[in-house]
Design a protein around this ligand. Structure first.
Ligand code: KG4
Ligand code: ZN
Length: 359
């Protein structure tokens, strides 16, 4: 089955064609147009600008896809929420048009579910037999990782921080979520205080790698609470106070590296602590990471160490770095089990929902 994935929920315009054969999710085409350079000058995403950029870019990506009549595409999958309403509309309108013109079935995908399925892309192989060659950077053949259930997924991105329990594919229960800022949002805001540009995650991580994580004792919000919710807004404010208190050191690179490392450590301690607690309580067999923040090298390392120490039988599965942030291959991957169950949406009835929830 070949599935066309469409993703325009935030600031990445993305189209992908994924072929699913048994356990293999082969990425035949994967186009991601990142709007980061456009939004950088505003220090964050401007919704109206994002939607306009999607409208301008999506016909170009469609042309690159090279399927004028839908040819070998079996199913069209599109994210219809959560996200920015005007951005979501662009992808959904394209999906509707293609479904009408090509007479293909439509699967509506929740963006959070799509992130979870970035983990299924790992074993994708390069496809040599395709007429048009696969993307040059298509993932190489890898050992198929076993994703045993129940599984627990930590989805940490710019818009979300959630712990989702998966009893099996397609069955989700949200155990907890952020009560205010998402983890990625906290990275972005702290980077803004430090004039490090947008998005903040990679810039903070780079400075943090040169700093001391124990230099400043930032709070670990809600870590000691008996629930699986998160809160990062107080931590962000604590960083702001720390910087205001030490204005004279702001030009000192070593001090800034220490602030970044200590802040990053506080975020990661919280994410890892809550994930391990939930993994124990629900006796999970697999922990999955997903979302832009899961690209963070320190998080990936700390999670692996904590699993080894506290729940050694649990298998850790992480998406490849390029599939942590928004892309359409993960959308196509998530659509597979819906398509198998013929869980299709009428293209005339699909709607967008900025606040769509999973589980
Ligand atoms: O999943 P994503 O592309 O978009 C949303 O669905 O929100 O995630 C983007 C977020 C941004 O907040 C960005 O700062 C963060 O992921 N991010 C990182 C790293 N790379 C991206 N955060 C921490 N460390 C990173 N290496
Ligand atoms: Zn996302």
């Amino acid at each position: 089955m070949k599935i066309l994935g469409i993703e325009t929920s935030c600031d990445e315009t993305a189209l992908a064609l994924v072929e699913i054969k048994g356990n293999d999710f082969m990425i035949l085409k994967n186009f991601v147009y990142s709007q980061i350079p456009i939004h950088r000058k505003y220090g964050g995403i401007v919704p109206e600008v994002a939607a306009r950029a999607h409208v301008e870019k999506i016909p170009q990506l469609l042309k690159r896809l090279g399927r004028r009549k839908g040819e070998d595409i079996g199913v069209i999958a599109v994210v219809n929420g959560p996200g920015l309403i005007t951005s979501l509309r662009v992808g959904v309108e394209l999906a509707k048009t293609l479904c009408f013109a090509w007479q293909k079935p439509l699967v509506a995908i929740n963006h959070i579910e799509a992130h979870i399925f970035s983990n299924w892309l790992t074993p994708a192989r390069e496809v040599k037999s395709q007429k048009s060659p696969p993307e040059a950077d298509a993932p190489r053949a890898q050992k198929v990782k076993s994703i045993l259930f129940p599984a627990l997924c930590l989805v940490a991105s710019g818009g979300h921080t959630e712990l989702i329990l998966m009893k099996k594919i397609g069955e989700y229960k949200k155990l907890g979520q952020t009560l205010d800022d998402a983890a990625g949002e906290a990275f972005d805001k702290v980077a803004k205080f430090l004039n490090m540009g947008f998005p903040g995650g990679p810039a903070i991580a780079e400075c943090a790698a040169r700093g001391r994580a124990d230099a400043i004792d930032f709070p670990r919000p809600l870590l000691d609470r008996d629930n699986f919710d998160f809160s990062f807004s107080g931590l962000k404010t604590a960083v702001l106070y720390e910087l205001k208190k030490n204005k004279s050191k702001i030009k000192n690179k070593k001090y800034i590296n220490d602030v970044c490392a200590s802040f990053q450590e506080a975020v990661i301690d919280t994410l890892v602590g809550k994930t391990i607690k939930a993994a124990k309580k629900h006796n999970v067999k697999t922990i999955l990471l997903a979302g832009g923040v899961s690209a963070n090298a320190w998080l990936r390392k700390e999670m692996a160490l904590a699993i080894k120490k506290f729940v050694p039988k649990v298998n850790l599965v992480k998406p490849e770095l390029k599939y942590c942030t928004d892309n359409a291959a993960m959308v196509a991957a998530a659509a597979h089990h819906h398509a198998k169950k013929r869980d299709f949406t009428d293209w005339e009835k699909i709607d967008v929902d900025a606040g769509l929830s999973l589980g």
